[in-house]
Design a protein around this ligand. Structure first.
Ligand SMILES: [Zn+2]
Length: 74
């Protein structure tokens, strides 16, 4: 007879599979020439280092800092 832990493990496995599939289905995009936030050119070194870069290093750093802050890890 399945107990609560078995049910929770099934839910966790389903969530993991769902999140893995969602990550796999994300479209691969080429690096932008211009930042999507500030419209400044993205240096070719950054585009070479991160082929899917959509933001300049300043805007990406700001985005990640804000995300970290809102997750409570700042
Ligand atoms: Zn930018």
């Amino acid at each position: 007879m399945p107990d609560l832990m078995d049910h929770l493990q099934e839910l966790q496995a389903e969530a993991l599979a769902r999140n893995t599939n969602a990550a796999r289905l994300k479209p691969c995009v080429a690096a932008s020439l211009f930042c999507v936030d500030c419209d400044r050119p993205i240096p070719k070194e950054r585009r070479a280092a991160n082929p899917s870069a959509q933001r300049c290093i300043y805007c990406q750093s700001l985005l990640e800092a804000n995300a970290k802050h809102f997750r409570g890890q700042a």
